[in-house]
Design a protein around this ligand. Structure first.
Ligand code: NAI
Length: 251
């Protein structure tokens, strides 16, 4: 028996990286997966992912949707519910970083990170809880970061957005627990994706590795395994939690 048989999951920002790994893992475990990408340049990868998901015998569908746009998210969720009838799992994964020291950070840089990383979580969650309330069940998984817990020089906007996600996640868990809707966050450490391509630069990579007890960076699949756990019945009694997947970086 697959862990997500018959479930419908939506994953934002899934044309590559962690989102792609989560979409793939969920399909492997029997879920139909709707996922978003934002830019025209990602369309080819999104189409390739649709095909990959379908090879697991599930439905996979890509939507070009800016997660930072409230009305676009409303339309996305309405379209998914119209076609698939429900949403069981929502993974708010879309995210960016615009790193800069505070002295140099512009208001535009700050706003962009907040809109894509934090407002997107509000945008999607506000919409998906309607079908979840109707079904009296749901799992919402928000992608935070170890940086949201620890802070990092040059990443004040990113850290603030990821810390904001944790407060949001816990509040929603309290609001919706009685409806059997669970809300949890994942706080990855350093994961080898396009976002962290600087880790491949020997010096920077070595410096971070020295602080990770497990002595290696995470793969996107490490994060997808945590998302699978929080999405499936194995975590039925877990809500309002932050699951750190960071190789011990935060201890
Ligand atoms: P990535 O840069 O490879 O992927 C991010 C995805 O989000 C891309 O597909 C991008 O197109 C999409 N995206 C960006 N803006 C969007 C928007 N407005 N609407 C919809 N989609 C949008 O990054 P990665 O590493 O896969 O990150 C995924 C999530 O994990 C992000 O929220 C990131 O902050 C978080 N994370 C990543 C870590 C890492 O070390 N790579 C560590 C901790 C958290």
């Amino acid at each position: 028996m697959k862990l997500l048989e018959g479930k419908l999951a939506v994953v934002t920002g899934a044309a590559r990286g962690i989102g792609e790994a989560i979409a793939t893992k969920f399909a492997e475990q029997g879920a139909d997966v709707c996922f978003t990408y934002v830019s025209d340049s990602s369309r080819e990868r999104a189409t390739a992912l649709e095909e990959k998901l379908r090879r697991y015998g599930v439905r996979g569908k890509a939507y070009q949707t800016n997660a930072a746009d409230f009305l676009a998210c409303e339309k996305l969720v309405n379209d998914i519910v119209a076609e698939f009838g429900k949403i069981d799992i929502c993974v708010n994964n879309a995210g960016i970083s615009k790193d800069n020291l505070l002295l140099r950070m512009t208001p535009e840089q700050w706003d962009e990170v907040m809109e894509v990383n934090l407002k997107s979580v509000f945008n999607m969650t506000k919409q998906v809880i309607r079908p979840m309330m109707k079904a009296k069940a749901g799992s919402i998984i928000n992608m935070s970061s170890v940086i949201g817990e620890m802070g990092n020089a040059g990443q004040s906007s990113y850290a603030a957005s990821k810390a904001g996600i944790i407060g949001f996640t816990k509040s929603i868990a309290k609001e919706l627990g009685s409806r059997n809707i669970r809300s949890n966050a994942i706080a990855p450490g350093f994961v080898e994706t396009d976002m962290t391509s600087y880790l491949k630069d020997g010096n920077a990579g070595e410096k971070y590795l020295a602080d990770i007890p497990l002595g290696k960076f995470a793969s996107p699949e490490d994060i997808a395994n945590a998302a699978l756990f929080l999405a499936c019945p194995l975590s039925d009694y877990i809500t309002g939690q932050v699951l750190s997947v960071c190789g011990g970086l935060n201890i």
